[in-house]
Design a protein around this ligand. Structure first.
Ligand SMILES: [Zn+2]
Ligand SMILES: [Zn+2]
Length: 359
């Protein structure tokens, strides 16, 4: 459940096959991954939407259930969510999270069916995740257990006992919604609401599923695998579309994951560069030396050249934050020259010699 294929293609629910085809061509042209400015996720999404909406049978199933049961284009295994949406990471790693306004989300959704019926949507869920600094740099997959309303595993959310068919709902005569007259001091109101018998699906199972009693939804603990992308910042939010609460006859809400990154004692991030400080002895600053540095990639041997000033920065290319392109930023090592706490008598003699030389 969950993806709105009509919204993805930017067409109306009653769009003709021709209109759908046209919309898909436009999207495919715009988002093709081989093109500059292409977007693979959007391209795949559009492709999936077109696969379903261009097929009469799949489209009818999708219209009734919000998902497809007959082969490709549907969600494998009926797991009830449809993957990730990193679309908010425009510019990837651009260090800006975004605020989620639940009202906007609901408002936005009901607008899709402008003037038409209001489709039910499951609740959004938000959770917090703690990451180490290293995990935030390289990305990590986290598994979380969430107890929530999910698509029933027995009937894959259809509400029908497996291997049984459906019939037109008699409560709403297959309209999915019912008209009610309500008396009020101002007169009689006609209100349209989603049919409680079929939950707006227009059809009811011939035999309701024994697990969910026909709702298509069951509350259970679900393990959700969250792939945190590399280079994520503290406070950023990941949205997993459709991984929120399921709802009978509607599409599932979304899961929002707020990321908290524990700062590292030695490293911090500046854009795509990793930055650290390294204290070196004054003699190494004058003569050059080799140091072993504990980096996020493990121990690394670095060569300190003879320094020309007290606060030089060494740059190790390609050991910084991974970028979407697969390249990495640089590791910047800010050298701090350590002065000796005290000088022995002989050391003092050497320094005085240096002084005589004008150093
Ligand atoms: Zn069921
Ligand atoms: Zn009905």
């Amino acid at each position: 459940m969950s993806k709105d294929y009509y919204q993805i293609l930017g067409v109306e629910k009653k769009a003709s096959k021709e209109e759908i085809k046209k919309a898909f061509r436009k999207m495919a042209h715009k988002y093709h991954p081989d093109k500059k400015g292409g977007d693979e996720v959007k391209f795949k999404e559009a492709n999936e939407a077109y696969t379903v909406l261009s097929d009469d049978k799949k489209r009818a199933e999708y219209d009734s259930y919000g998902r497809v049961f007959s082969g490709a284009g549907g969600q494998p295994g009926g797991a009830g969510f449809d993957g990730f949406d990193f679309s908010q990471f425009n510019g990837f790693g651009g260090a800006q999270g975004f605020d989620v306004n639940i009202d906007d989300l609901f408002g936005g959704f009901s607008d899709i069916f402008g003037g038409g019926q209001r489709t039910q949507r499951g609740r959004d869920i938000s959770i917090d995740i703690e990451l180490s600094f290293k995990e935030s740099i390289f990305g990590v997959t986290r598994k979380v257990l969430i107890t929530k309303d999910s698509a029933c595993t027995r009937c894959a959310g259809s509400g029908a006992e497996p291997k049984t068919g459906t019939k037109t709902c008699t409560t709403c005569n297959g309209k999915g919604q019912v008209m009610e007259s309500r008396k009020s001091p101002f007169g009689v109101f006609q209100t349209v609401s989603t049919c409680n018998t079929c939950h707006g699906r227009r059809v009811v199972p011939e035999k309701p599923c024994t697990t969910c009693k026909g709702s298509g939804v069951e509350r259970r603990e679900e393990e959700i695998s969250i792939a945190i992308p590399s280079g994520i910042d503290n406070g950023q939010v990941i949205r997993m579309a459709g991984a929120g609460e399921a709802v009978a006859g509607g599409r599932a809400g979304d899961l929002y994951i707020k990321v908290h990154v524990t700062p590292d004692e030695r490293y911090h991030k500046e854009g795509f560069n990793l930055v650290t400080d390294l204290s070196i002895k004054i003699t190494d600053a004058l003569l050059g030396s080799e140091y072993t540095l504990e980096t996020l990639d493990g121990k690394t041997k670095i060569t300190i050249p003879q320094l020309r000033s007290a606060d030089e920065i060494l740059r190790i290319k390609g050991k910084g934050v991974p970028m979407e392109s697969g390249r990495r930023g640089d590791l910047l090592i800010r050298l701090k020259v350590e002065f000796p706490q005290k000088l022995s008598k002989s050391a003092k003699g050497f320094v005085e010699k240096l002084k005589e030389e004008g150093i």
